[in-house]
Design a protein around this ligand. Structure first.
Ligand code: FES
Length: 71
């Protein structure tokens, strides 16, 4: 279980700045079965903004890898 401070930071931190998608939303998508970038993009809209994922693909992949390493 994540602590309260981490939860607040996740809700405040934008991973995909083009679409204003938070780290919280990305993490929830991963926990609900999104296992790769494409499925997260489909579910959340991240990576579909102006830069087409150029700026957010790497941090999203990091969150995916982090989740599976700690599972
Ligand atoms: S930062 Fe995600 S699409 Fe641009």
């Amino acid at each position: 279980m994540e602590d309260k401070e981490q939860l607040i930071m996740d809700k405040l931190t934008k991973v995909c700045t083009c679409k204003s998608i938070t780290r919280y939303k990305i993490k929830r998508a991963i926990e609900h079965g999104c296992e790769d970038l494409e499925s997260i993009m489909d579910r959340t809209g991240a990576g579909t903004g102006y830069c087409k994922g150029k700026n957010c693909s790497e941090p999203i992949q990091f969150l995916i890898d982090e989740y599976w390493e700690n599972k």
